[in-house]
Design a protein around this ligand. Structure first.
Ligand SMILES: C[S@@+](CC[C@H](N)C(=O)[O-])C[C@H]1O[C@@H](n2cnc3c(N)ncnc32)[C@H](O)[C@@H]1O
Length: 383
């Protein structure tokens, strides 16, 4: 395998020569590489470094932590955690691919790291054996698969304990978001239809799926941060324990929705779902992440983008339990042209309701105003 060396964050990294996987217009197809590396995910990894740092401070009282990256490819994620986050005593990186294992070893050496352990195992059997045979206590588990994370959720939850952080990336938004209803039923036991709100749908469908599995292990999930950009979604979940708590979590946070006239509404008797209807982020935690970003991580390549995303998430978090709506979709159903977003938000505020833009779409907003009012405002087409 021909290699090149790059720098990402504060880590140096051998990656496979990308010429063999370069498509038209210079775009790289990472799955064509002998070992996966996707430069588009630098934003995901940059932000992960900051989120994990904030988590160690806020939820683990700055104690020494152990992190598991069981689907590691080049090892970049775990290696960056070992280099860029303080208080990391051990990182375990693993990949089932043999070429990947050799490359991870080289990358650990290249960065002179002694606290990073490399494995070449099936991720699920590694997770279970670390916990049940080796009695390892893992504070953070980061799942970053190709496509669906579903095959790794049972093992990750079974080894999580009170206070563990489970971080999850998923790129199967077409399934989770409703564009492939048959696959959504098969993989996530969710009834969905195609909708234009697929980013939030994906997050809430996956949260409901993970919550139900967590409950079956008498565990709960508390979402600290959830977002979807580019081709993926990302969740950061705090795990808790207790059968009663699990019953309460399911009772209070799992529900259904309807999708009519371009509006998404929670509906106890709805036919779509199940989805997570509760909070998808913790505003205090987001503020901690933003504070860590500004105070420690200005060197990140995606610093500005990270700051912008966090600002927007903080802004929309007070209305986060209201599903985001899309002004273009509502207006299309009313055969009206679209009002300007700022005008619409201003008008909703004048009527004593709250409204804010949403990260899920450039035409997306969250509001506590009733749906008939939103439709009426769109019909009036504020100019
Ligand atoms: C999307 S890549 C990981 C990317 C990496 N975390 C990063 O940030 O660059 C997913 C990796 O999971 C590995 N993988 C897939 N199924 C696996 C399994 N059951 N056990 C171990 N590794 C697996 C693949 O070989 C691939 O390298």
């Amino acid at each position: 395998m021909e290699l090149s060396v790059i720098k990402e964050g504060n880590a140096l990294l051998y990656i496979p020569d990308t010429r063999s996987a370069t498509l038209k217009q210079g775009i790289i197809e990472p799955t064509h590489l002998p070992v996966f590396y996707n430069p588009v995910m630098t934003f995901n990894r940059d932000l992960s470094v900051v989120v994990l740092d904030a988590f160690i401070k806020k939820h683990l009282n700055n104690k020494e932590v152990a992190i598991l990256d069981p689907l590691a490819a080049t090892g970049i994620r775990g290696i960056r955690y070992a280099i860029e986050i303080e208080r990391v005593s051990k990182v375990i990186i693993n990949d089932g691919n043999r070429d990947s294992y050799r490359l991870m070893k080289k990358n650990v050496k290249l960065n002179g790291l002694e606290n990073v352990v490399v494995h070449n195992r099936d991720a699920n059997s590694l997770m279970r054996s670390l916990r049940f045979e080796c009695k390892e206590l893992l504070n953070i588990i980061d799942l970053d698969p190709f496509g669906s994370v579903m095959p790794f959720i049972h093992a990750a939850l079974s080894i999580s304990t009170k206070g563990t952080m489970l971080a999850v990336t998923a790129t199967d938004l077409a399934v989770l978001g409703g564009s492939k209803p048959v696959a959504a039923k098969r993989k996530y036991q969710a009834s969905l239809i195609k909708n234009r709100h697929y980013r939030e749908t994906s997050i809430r469908v996956l949260l409901a799926y993970i919550a139900r599995i967590a409950a079956s292990y008498d565990k709960v999930i508390i979402p600290l941060m959830s977002y979807s950009v580019d081709h993926y979604l990302r969740l950061y979940l705090l795990i808790g324990r207790g059968a009663r708590k699990a019953d309460k979590m399911i009772e209070e946070n799992i529900g259904y929705f309807t999708y009519e006239n371009g509006i998404v509404l929670y509906d106890k008797n709805g036919r779509l779902g199940p989805i997570w209807t509760g909070k998808i982020m913790d505003e205090d935690f987001l503020r901690e992440v933003l504070e860590r970003l500004i105070s420690k991580y200005r060197y990140l390549e995606t610093y500005k983008r990270s700051q912008h995303l966090l600002d927007m998430l903080i802004q929309e978090s007070s209305l986060q339990t209201y599903f985001h709506q899309r002004v273009d979709t509502i207006c299309k159903h009313q055969h009206k042209s679209m009002p300007r977003m700022d005008k619409l938000i201003e008008r909703i505020n004048e009527l004593n309701y709250r409204a804010t833009r949403s990260t899920f779409s450039a035409t997306g907003f969250r509001t506590d105003a009733p749906s008939d009012l939103i439709v009426r405002l769109c019909r009036e087409s504020i100019s």
